[in-house]
Design a protein around this ligand. Structure first.
Ligand code: ATP
Ligand code: MG
Length: 454
């Protein structure tokens, strides 16, 4: 399948005397025996000519970023990207988008790439082209720039973040000279668009080696230039005995425990950021009252800064605001307490429970076992009451206005909530005739009108 994609492309371009090579991440992943998800090609033909060539051969194509010289095409049902050779690009802080100039040769196109492991290419006859030592660095698992790292990071500071992103995905080491240049140039991340940072950070958070990458980012003070709120977690101790993990190490542990899901991983990364600001010591106990509420607010503004869509911001900050709830569970909770918990968590219930589970990182084994046991019990009780999860209001506002002949107003909402609550608390059945609900609503209405008369 994949071979046929290459062959087809190569033949078509050869007829037009265009050079074309498979390049970048595609070649890297292929040499690492990974399944290819991206097919990136580089060509000597200008974008317009690429499109004409594809059209001539009846291959569906579309502009992806014509300003960047990229054309998308569908070949054998796969989307491929074909980009015209480029010259080294310099990132201009003022307009915050790289300026693009097309290049003449494959060599200069490969030279402007971020890391040596991304400079490999495969020629039409299947030969590996390795002009910047990429194969060796790939086998030695090293991340380094193909040219002077200081210049490279100045040209496009996002590469600093990409270095850690590849470290997180591949488990590679950042080579020393490149690492030093990262420390020196980290401040330049202040001038990168938030959208680009967000995209790289999310990929980074989903990597297999995320903890190593985050730990090094903290040490290199890279995080400080786009999520400075994380810095105070370092050396913030939660137990009077200082040998315990600080909040940053705890956070890393929690991220490590978290399944690969962007919402969950962002939530775990930020779940304790409120702690530094509410630390209180009482006798020999340390408390962080309401850190989850403050943390949720802080997370919302961090995510706004990074231009996250509203829904994701709301999900993540909701998870943070509730991350303490499930771990407060005790067997004394009544069924209605469990029902209220289910209702409060709504559609995010499953994720709240996952986050709570990941948050258990104590050194003391019995403590961990005890807490997990409680969460298991809570989950079991939730499952047995599960039908309440998608509960809709038994009576709608319209039902109530019609039945009692009332005008719209706050009273309607009150009655609606009352009936719902009776169901949640188990005093009214979940599915029954509406009359039963109306009856309960009448009693409630009488009781409040009586109260207001007195
Ligand atoms: P992924 O598997 O996540 O797509 P990738 O290596 O393909 O990883 P992309 O962001 O898709 O990464 O970029 C494709 C290629 O373009 C890279 O392999 C690299 O050669 C080059 N590249 C991308 N971004 C930059 C950059 N900011 N500076 C230099 N080269 C870059
Ligand atoms: Mg790619």
């Amino acid at each position: 399948m994949e071979k046929s994609v290459f062959k087809k492309i190569y033949e078509i371009f050869k007829k037009e005397k265009g050079e074309i090579f498979l390049v970048g991440g595609s070649v890297r992943d292929m040499l690492m025996n990974k399944e290819l998800t991206d097919f990136d090609f580089a060509t000597s033909l200008p974008p317009q000519k690429t499109r004409e060539t594809l059209n001539k051969n009846k291959i569906k194509n579309f502009p992806v970023g014509i300003a960047f010289g990229t054309v998308g095409a569908i070949i054998d049902g796969k989307e491929v990207h074909i980009t015209t050779y480029r010259k080294k690009e310099t990132y201009r802080p003022r307009n915050r988008k790289p300026a693009v100039e097309f290049g003449e040769t494959l060599k200069e196109d490969l030279k402007r790439r971020d890391f040596t492991i991304n400079t490999l290419a495969i020629s039409p006859d299947g030969k590996i082209i390795d002009m910047y030592n990429g194969a060796k660095d790939l086998s030695e698992k090293l991340i380094l720039t193909p040219s002077n790292p200081d210049e490279s990071f100045e040209d496009d500071p996002l590469r600093i973040l990409r270095a850690f992103r590849f470290q997180s995905q591949l488990g590679f080491k950042i080579e020393n000279t490149t690492y030093k240049a990262i420390e020196k140039n980290a401040f330049r991340l202040m001038y990168i668009s938030e959208e680009r940072i967000q995209a790289e950070m999310t990929k980074l958070l989903l990597g297999d080696f995320v903890v190593k990458a985050l730990a090094e980012m903290m040490n290199a003070k890279v995080l400080n230039f786009f999520i400075p709120e994380l810095y105070p977690l370092k050396n913030l101790h939660q137990e009077s005995e200082q040998h315990h993990k600080d909040v940053w190490l705890h956070t890393l542990k929690v991220v490590e425990n978290t399944p690969k899901d962007a919402t969950l991983r962002w939530a775990t990364l930020l779940h304790d950021i409120g702690k530094p600001y509410v630390k209180a010591e009482e006798k020999d106990q340390i408390h962080f009252y309401r850190h989850e509420e403050l943390g949720a607010k802080m997370a919302y503004s961090i995510l706004s800064r990074l231009k996250f869509p509203k829904e994701l911001k709301e999900d993540i900050s909701f998870l943070i605001s509730k991350h303490m709830r499930a771990n407060l569970y005790t067997p004394e909770w009544t069924d209605s307490a469990v029902r209220r918990f289910i209702k409060e968590m709504g559609a995010r219930l499953d994720k709240v429970l996952i986050l709570s589970r990941c948050d258990i990182t104590s050194y003391r084994k019995e403590k961990v076992r005890e807490k997990i046991k409680m969460l298991d019990e809570l989950s079991e009780r939730i499952n047995s009451l599960n039908s309440i999860k998608g509960l809709k209001y038994p009576l709608s506002g319209n039902d109530i206005m019609e039945y009692f002949n009332l005008p719209p107003g706050r009273l309607i909402g009150k009655i609606k909530e009352f009936v719902m609550n009776e169901v949640i608390e188990g005093r009214l059945p979940q599915e029954t005739k509406k009359e039963i609900y109306f009856e309960a609503a009448s009693t409630f209405l009488r009781s409040i009108t009586k109260k207001s008369k007195n």
